[in-house]
Design a protein around this ligand. Sequence first.
Ligand code: ADP
Ligand code: MG
Length: 609
Amino acid sequence: MPMRGQNTQVAFSEVNWSTLKKLLPYLFEYRVRIFLALLCLVGAKVASVGGPFILKHIVDGLDAAGGADKTSVALYALPLGLLLAYGLARFANVMFGELRDTLFGRVTERAMRRIGLTVFKHVHSLDLDFHLNRRTGGLSRDIERGVNGISFLLRFMVFNIIPTFLEIGLVVGLLWWNYDVYFALIVILAVLFYVGFSVVATEWRTRFVREVNTAESRSSTRSVDSLINYETVKYFTNEDYEARAYDRELAEWEAARRKNRLTLFALNGGQALIIALAMTVAMILAANRVLGGTMTLGDFVLINSFMMQIFMPLNFLGFVYREMKGSMANIESMFALLDRNPAVTDAPDAVPLEVSAGAIRFEHVHFAYDPARPILEDVDFVVPSRHKVAIVGSSGAGKSTLSKLLFRFYDPTAGRITIDGRDIAGVTQQSLRGAIGVVPQDTVLFNMSLYDNIRYGRVDASDDEVEEAIRLAHLDTFIARLPEGGETLVGERGLKLSGGEKQRVAIARAILKRPPILVFDEATSSLDSKAEQGIIAAIREIASQHTSLVIAHRLSTVVDADNILVLEEGRIVEQGNHETLLARGGRYAHLWAIQQRRRETPAGDVASA
Ligand SMILES: Nc1ncnc2c1ncn2[C@@H]1O[C@H](COP(=O)(O)OP(=O)(O)O)[C@@H](O)[C@H]1O
Ligand SMILES: [Mg+2]
């Protein structure tokens, strides 16, 4: 598994704070809410700082009353009001906090939704090459991590970091104002030491946290890979081998966790020491003044509760610091996805393609996936309107590549492709792709029902149209045999269907789409001869009103084509109809002879199925 997710190890200095700026537009949808949440935040902190003050007056009151005349009315009146106020302050603190969470939650969720959708759309707009070069699993993990990172970052920025420092500021100010500079100084020094220590210790721990993460994903990759290969493991009875390999990964994980725990112990221990020292010094100072008569017992209690109040949220700081760093990096790698530009884009002046006749023309097309290895060289042919042109040739000749160029998954390196005289590079991809129906060589299905997969060809098709497509694709008898009929789930990527069944679903989809141009890429290669004949008849029927490009492996399926192109190593070496090509006695005639011979021995047919 690529260790892209180990972003937690990025040093804070490397984190790009401009990422936060990119986030802002997504937050500003709810300006008022954010403002109210910030008000609540301030309210909560004022209430929480007010608590100790009220407590001080209660203690002072009780202290004074303890020495006074027991029948005094003030004894009962004074503390009751303050006690109520104290309770109110506590309640207000919690309520404001809850209100802030509730108000801000909506902001976070909306931002997550907007960004998630933006990235999803963008990733769909990227070119095929990008997707072929990436594991989809890793990609969706990146998006998920990024979106969760946003939630984490906002939550901890707004709900933890900002309030904590706001509170520290308030307390320091109040201590300074009410007493002298020493208490404020103790708090400032303690906070500085605490934060400094936490940052340094957390950076040091990062390596161990990373080790745990690496070990975690390695062991999970191992187990997933092993379980995916369930059948292969059984074929070679390698269960023990797999278990041993998995246990080796688990042992590393265990060791990494141990180290991680020990470093956490050191971090927490150091933090506790700093807090305890600061508390002790402040308490000694306060106790001294109480004895010297410059401070009351209430002041002593006030300082104690301030100290407790400040240091409690600081405890989370190390954790929050590390997590925020990780979140920033995750968000950054998600935004990096957004910065990627697709290789195939609509021209600025692109217009929608309007297909009238549907004539296709490849004009001296050259193409290479990798500049070092040309795939197509000077491919030049026409498919006249409503005609059927076949492309045959050995595997790897570049046949599927032709259909990918027509569909504009890639742009030719030289030459151009036109439809009704219009360069496909100058029309919108949406309109171009809407005009072409492709039955691909390998069909991958959604893990939905058979019906839903077929309906995918045109999502607003009526039930009757779906039934018709099913009939034309010869799927009706198959579906009738299924206990759950068309509602049967096809399994991940359609793995519960046979190759031929998947191809028929793909054909039904293309039929349903009813585009003016059809491309069949070895659409019947996984069918046996009998099923193939039925489908070919169906394709012939549908294709008669369309322009069609048929890529075929078995020549018997294209004998009726108006023109047959023989592609070898990216070049058209022969073309003509079946009879002329046979008469020529060239490459086509040779292939035909081989396949005819194989046809006569039934075993040959099974082998190719
Ligand atoms: N995305 C890709 N990146 C690099 N090479 C590719 C890619 N797709 C196909 N190829 C190569 O291009 C050649 C032609 O492939 P293709 O058009 O699929 O052949 P076929 O005639 O069998 O359909 C093959 O040798 C294949 O390895
Ligand atoms: Mg192919």
